[in-house]
Design a protein around this ligand. Structure first.
Ligand SMILES: Cc1ncc(COP(=O)(O)O)c(C=O)c1O
Length: 523
């Protein structure tokens, strides 16, 4: 765990071996209450659940000074993007509920992120980070005169959100984009003052080239201003505001299912953690079953889920996705998986393609939290076809929300779940419409039609990768995989056995069971 004075407690000092290192902000829910305020800005309303707030208060900042900081940042965001962070709407969609055959008791609830800052939910992750950076400066952990550059790898919504939020915070941002990033996106990023670096895919090099360049930049000292939990564990926290808002909006009523589109996994991880905390704090009666959605173009999360599931004891649950496994079994299976990351998660072998371009990540970086959330809640991973994605997108628009195909991918998963009978007509389901439609309708129409051509092309390429068992990477040292024999590489981090960071009502630590050695529960 990072020490309390670490200004950038984002990434584990031991990361880089085959252990899944993700720092998780852990709330002491026994000492907290779910916030009941009515501030329109979620970062003000749910501040007592944020790491930055506890850092600020522990350093002597008053509550009103913290809220003034949030207010000032909110105004800066509005100056850049003509809108600021506000609680986003949740409503039961009558047309969709009818179309999907729900009874009046059940139905589809849409949490609509399309009007959020920069047109997607992504800014939530980054605003949480900006607030942390501002607090670190305000309390003297860092100096304004010595701000490091921020860096992100993304081709779309995350980059646009990062550019808006970084600009609002007066910070320099470098954006690594794939060589085929849309011209309009690149132009907007540059207009927002970001330094855009195109990264072509090298033949034979697995993984996302933009992400590989980002890694080099981070090693050189840039701050990860990303939406990937593996690079920056605190990025998850800002995304959790979606779940907190949902919990408030449900006003004590139960939601049976939540279906979430997954790319890098930060969104699903944030929703899972936020809902779990909301339930622990008594704001919702139960955690909904969490289902995930990926495309047939790339589904590394589903691949990892099946591998973890295969290690669970057979029984009742093996026959179908009937319900959660015993918690102990899940914890054991995840702990093993976390120590042998590359047996479960590795870059998708071929360049993925889909009309849902936002969820084409080669890897699900935050896979372990999401697999755990599916197993414990009794949810399941869905891999949807391009036809489904197109159908969902058209249905979403007909229901009054013109989102992009990634934004409606959760609905595509729900269509599959309804067809499979995994969601009943009396049940209540939330889907997130996460991204606004940016392309002109005519262009999108061509894209939706074009997906049939794409499907045929993919079919001609032969069977999809990922089916068979992958041999373990050659030469992996078992001791190293178990997390031993390595020293912290970041200056100022204490030896692992002394490590502890506990201030206010939260700690930062590894995900439970993620590996021995550097992973310590707070004393
Ligand atoms: C609109 C939209 N929805 C959902 C996602 C998936 O989020 P995550 O990458 O955190 O899984 C993305 C990712 O880019 C996105 O752009």
């Amino acid at each position: 765990m990072p020490p309390a004075a670490e200004p950038y407690p984002f990434r584990c000092a031991y990361a880089g071996d085959d252990v899944d290192h993700v720092l998780v902000r852990v709330l002491d829910t026994a000492a907290l209450r779910f916030p009941g305020g009515s501030e329109p800005d979620p970062f003000a309303r749910y501040r007592s659940l944020m790491h930055a707030y506890h850092l600020a208060i522990a350093a002597g900042l008053a509550d009103r000074e913290y809220t003034a900081l949030i207010e000032a940042l909110g105004r800066s965001v509005a100056a850049v993007d003509s809108r600021r962070f506000q609680v986003t709407p949740l409503h039961r969609s009558a047309p969709l509920s009818d179309r999907l055959g729900f009874s009046p008791r059940g139905g589809v609830w849409i949490k609509d992120e399309t009007g959020n800052v920069s047109g997607s939910h992504k800014g939530r992750h980054l605003m949480g980070l900006l607030i942390h950076l501002e607090v670190a400066e305000r309390i003297g952990l860092t100096a304004a005169a010595d701000r490091p550059d921020l860096a992100i790898a993304s081709c779309g919504n995350a980059a646009l959100a990062a550019a808006v939020v970084a600009r609002a915070g007066g910070r320099r941002l470098r954006v690594f984009v794939p060589a085929d990033a849309q011209d309009a996106v690149v132009a907007r990023l540059r207009a927002l003052g970001s330094d855009v670096v195109p990264c072509p895919r090298e033949p034979g090099q697995p993984g996302d080239p933009a992400y590989l360049r980002l890694r080099q930049e981070l090693v050189a000292g840039a701050v990860p201003f990303t939406c990937q939990g593996s690079e920056n564990g605190l990025a998850i926290e800002g995304g959790q505001t979606i779940a907190y808002e949902l919990a408030t909006q449900l006003a004590g009523t139960a939601m049976d299912h939540m279906v979430i589109q997954v790319g890098g996994g930060a969104l699903a991880s944030a929703c899972a953690q936020g809902l779990r905390e909301a339930a622990e704090l008594g704001a919702i009666p139960l955690v909904p079953r969490l289902h995930t959605v990926q495309t047939s173009g790339a589904h590394p999360l589903e691949r990892a889920y099946e591998r973890v599931r295969a290690t669970l004891p057979a029984g009742e649950h093996d026959r179908a996705h009937a319900g959660p496994w015993p918690a102990d079994d899940i914890e054991r299976a995840l702990a093993t998986a976390a120590r042998h990351r590359s047996d479960y998660m590795w870059p998708w072998e071929s360049e993925p393609r889909s009309i849902a371009t936002g969820i084409l990540d080669d890897e699900t970086y935050d896979w372990q939290a999401v697999v755990g959330a599916m197993l414990t809640s009794g949810g399941q991973p869905r891999v949807v076809t391009e036809d489904r994605l197109a159908e969902a997108n058209e249905l979403g628009a007909a229901a009054g929300i013109p989102a992009d195909p990634t934004g409606t991918a959760g609905l595509a998963g729900l269509l599959d779940l309804r067809q499979a009978g995994a969601v009943g007509p009396d049940e209540r389901v939330t889907v997130l419409f996460t991204g606004a439609r940016r392309l002109p309708s005519a262009h999108l129409g061509r894209l939706l039609l074009g997906h049939r051509v794409l499907r045929l092309t993919l079919a001609r390429q032969g069977p999809r990768p990922g089916g068979g068992r992958r041999p373990p990477p050659a030469g992996r040292c078992p001791a190293r995989a178990a997390g031993s024999g390595r020293e912290p590489r970041r200056r100022g981090w204490p030896p692992r056995r002394q490590a502890a960071c506990r201030a206010g009502r939260r700690t930062l630590r590894h995900r439970p069971g993620a590996g021995p050695g550097c992973i310590r529960r707070p004393p």
